[in-house]
Design a protein around this ligand. Structure first.
Ligand code: NAD
Length: 509
């Protein structure tokens, strides 16, 4: 029998304050309708209030998240607070431009008309989150959805519900608070929420659940965005030196105890420096402080959050060792403890689970490569495609490799940093999902576009309206010829054939 850590939060059963899910959806829909008339500036005022509340109460948010998921204090501060506040700031500065009505050029074939594009909300969107960044993931999604004009049903993970935390913080913004309904529960609750037919589902979590959600959403034709798992490679070329890439690899692999979708889960090191690199990696890993209850902020790595994830670490490490990998740092984790010390493996081969499947724990498998082509091939040999990092002093090589990698984000001479800029969209290729969080695309993802063509009023009849006649057909043929055939007098020919067509169109009978 496996024992989970005493800190582990009990699973939450469905909790919606005695209301049915239908009622909760109706409340969200009513809030959406009530707030439809708000200006974007009024919505951004709500975001500003939330930002202020987060900043003022950041220490208590950090404490709460630490107690619930076990991460180190600095991990909590950086990812949960800075990550969230940066995005709110970005919304305040950039949302006006991204969401503004657009004037779209109208082609010559539609002369005299105007074209516009409006970005409109879906109504009620459903945001389903995982347990690894319980505050950040909630706030970023909720804020983007609300700024875009939606009401939100938010379902946190049953493994890190942080019950009441999001509601407490957003209470500083009463309108936003009224437009967000939090429903606690497990996967079954998530599935029941989908049956209420939200306008859109924004899901962050595992590939397995992503597949289920997409299948269920397909039955109702609900659009989905899926932010799923990863198996991110980090490629280190010999010219990158040792100090910076070693430090980057350790942080990239072990931040949040490796429970990050874009953690470094595969380290590729150029042959000529592989042995020296591994030696330095092991030396530096030995200096990391791994502990629980980080009262002052001097712990590097906290505990893992859930027992089933620790069990996956055990499974992957045992599988790798059985297939010939070498454990150069750490040990097979005890199955009764969530405090898992970092693990570094060498002699790793592509058939090992630790190289193929997402581990989502503090494990760093290392593989050597001979040249650039091999590095890219090994990196791309994965079902996943979330992010990657490349360390090299050669700028053109960095660019070549960046373009060749089949992933949604690349950090050059850094790690996990393409997601550090809220202006850069975050999201994967391949089985890491589709759709984007943050950046202009991430904000527009909570809207649907409405295309508008505006014409004049009056008696005028369009050339393409009835009646169709052989004469009109002939003029259309000439017009097409003038439009799409290169000729020195092309514009004159377009004007002439266009005018004749237009004149013809004035005579409906
Ligand atoms: P999970 O898929 O088990 O659960 C995620 C959420 O989905 C939870 O709230 C859960 O209750 C809900 N859920 C489960 N079954 C459901 C169903 N049938 N219908 C509706 N909802 C359902 O994932 P997890 O274990 O909580 O999180 C870890 C995974 O999340 C990892 O794979 C990690 O890579 C991924 N992740 C991805 C990103 C990203 O942005 N790409 C970010 C964080 C985590």
């Amino acid at each position: 029998m496996l024992f989970d850590h005493p800190y582990q939060v009990k699973k939450w059963t469905k909790s919606i304050g005695g209301r049915s899910l239908k009622q909760v959806f109706n409340e969200a829909q009513a809030a959406y309708v009530q707030q439809r008339g708000l200006t974007l500036d009024e919505r951004l005022g709500q975001i500003r209030a939330v930002k202020k509340a987060i900043l003022a109460r950041r220490e208590s948010i950090v404490e709460r998240v630490m107690a619930e998921v076990g991460k180190s204090r600095t991990d909590a501060l950086i990812a949960e607070i800075i990550g969230a506040v940066d995005w709110l700031e970005w919304l305040e500065r950039r949302a006006r431009k991204v969401l503004a009505d657009e004037k779209v050029p109208t082609p010559i074939t539609l002369l005299g008309k105007k074209s516009r594009l409006y970005h409109e909300p879906f109504g009620v969107v459903l945001i389903i989150c995982p347990w690894n960044y319980p505050f950040h993931n909630a706030i970023t999604g909720i804020a983007a959805a609300y700024v875009a004009g939606n009401a939100v049903i938010y379902k946190p993970s049953e493994h890190a519900p942080c019950q009441g935390l999001v509601e407490d913080i957003i209470a500083a913004a009463p309108l936003l608070h009224a437009a967000v309904k939090v429903v606690y529960g497990d996967g079954k609750t998530g599935s029941e929420l989908i049956e209420q037919r939200p306008g859109k589902i924004f899901f962050t979590g595992s590939c397995a659940t992503g597949e289920k959600i997409m299948q269920q959403a397909a039955r109702h034709l609900i659009p989905v965005e899926l932010e799923l798992g990863g198996k991110d490679p980090m490629i280190v070329f010999a010219d990158a030196g040792l100090k910076r890439p070693v430090a980057g690899a350790l942080w990239g692999a072990f931040t949040n105890a490796g429970q990050s979708c874009s953690a470094v889960e595969r380290l590729l090191v150029e042959d000529s420096v592989h042995d020296a690199f591994v030696a330095k990696l092991v030396e530096e890993a030995g200096k990391l402080k791994v502990a629980e209850g980080d009262s002052k902020g001097d712990v590097d790595i906290g505990r893992m959050t859930v027992g089933f994830q620790r069990d996956k670490v055990v499974e992957h490490v045992k599988d790798a060792l059985a297939k010939g990998a070498k454990l150069v740092f750490g040990q097979i984790p005890a199955t009764f403890d969530l405090l898992v010390k970092p693990i570094i493996l060498t002699n790793v081969t592509p058939d090992m689970l630790v190289w193929r499947d997402e581990t989502f724990g503090p494990v760093l498998p290392v593989m050597r490569f001979g040249d650039e082509g091999e590095a890219v091939k090994l990196a791309n040999d994965s079902d996943y495609g979330l992010c990657a990092s490349v360390f090299t002093a050669d700028k053109s090589r960095a660019d070549r490799v960046t373009r060749a990698l089949e992933v949604g984000g690349v950090s050059v001479n850094n790690v996990n940093m393409s997601e550090g800029n809220p202006g850069l969209p975050f999201g994967g290729y391949k089985r890491s999902g589709f759709g984007k969080l943050r950046g202009p695309e991430g904000l527009l993802g909570f809207t649907r576009s409405k295309s508008v063509l505006i014409d004049v009023t009056g008696d005028k009849i369009e050339a393409n309206w009835y009646p169709y006649t052989s004469g009109k057909y002939e003029r259309f043929q000439r017009f097409i010829h003038a439009l799409y055939t290169s000729h020195w007098a092309r514009l004159v020919r377009i004007a002439w054939t266009g005018l004749r067509l237009e004149a013809f169109s004035q005579k409906p009978r």
